[in-house]
Write a protein that binds this ligand. Structure first.
Ligand code: SF4
Length: 210
């Protein structure tokens, strides 16, 4: 996709989703980290409900590791995949205590080094909690970016690399939220191309929807 079209697509998305931002509730980088781990294949609304209770007592890595895994699993049960999510939360918390004195690091490589923290989660925390430029690729971003043609890749890592190449760095973080909003509202699994304001720039529309 040509640079001018990338800019136009992002400008249009920005005009229809001017307030695109994370919908997870958090009061610290640690709370955001836990919320993002919980949000895998779960709605932000559900995660906020669970963390509203969880963070009343367990809002630091030190407090979190006091919880037995089974107890944590019970608290986060409704977020789904509770066994793995509890394991990841506890192992990330241990890692933060052992390697970073109990504080979530603001460095991308250090975030990615945390046990239990995947690349997407690290990118979201880096971008949202620390205000740095990063593009986290979740299922919405992957689907929408590859349909539009902002990336042409078969896996999330290549998609992230191509998005970083094609989108100006200062727009990386906002673009992540714009693509999520577009994926939730119009470019759903079954896309609503007829009402899509960027269809004339979209590869998928040009190739399949006419
Ligand atoms: S035209 Fe269709 S496939 Fe392309 S971004 Fe819009 S909804 Fe998605």
């Amino acid at each position: 996709m040509e640079k001018k079209d990338v800019k136009t697509v992002l400008d249009i998305l920005n005009s229809i989703y001017p307030n695109a931002q994370p919908e997870l509730n958090y009061n610290s980088p640690y709370e955001l980290l836990v919320a993002v781990i919980l949000s895998a294949q779960c709605t932000d609304k559900r995660v906020n409900k669970v963390t509203n209770e969880l963070f009343k007592e367990y809002n630091t890595p030190f407090k979190m590791v006091e919880l037995a895994q089974e107890k944590l699993e019970k608290i986060i049960f409704s977020c789904g995949f509770y066994h793995n999510k509890a394991k990841h939360i506890l192992s990330a918390s241990q890692s933060i205590i052992q390697n970073f004195g109990g504080k979530v690091p603001g460095d991308l490589e250090q975030l990615r080094s945390l046990s239990g923290v995947g690349r997407k989660t690290a990118n979201v925390v880096y971008s949202v909690a620390f205000g740095k430029n990063a593009i986290a690729v979740d299922t919405h971003v992957f689907r929408v970016a590859n349909r539009i043609g902002l990336a042409v890749a078969k896996d999330v890592l290549k998609t992230e690399m191509q998005l970083m190449e094609n989108i100006p760095e200062k727009r990386w973080s906002k673009s992540h939220h714009l693509l999520i909003y577009h994926g939730r509202n119009i470019c759903k699994a079954k896309p609503l191309c007829g009402v899509c304001p960027i269809k004339e720039y979209c590869n998928y529309y040009k190739n399949f929807s006419k």
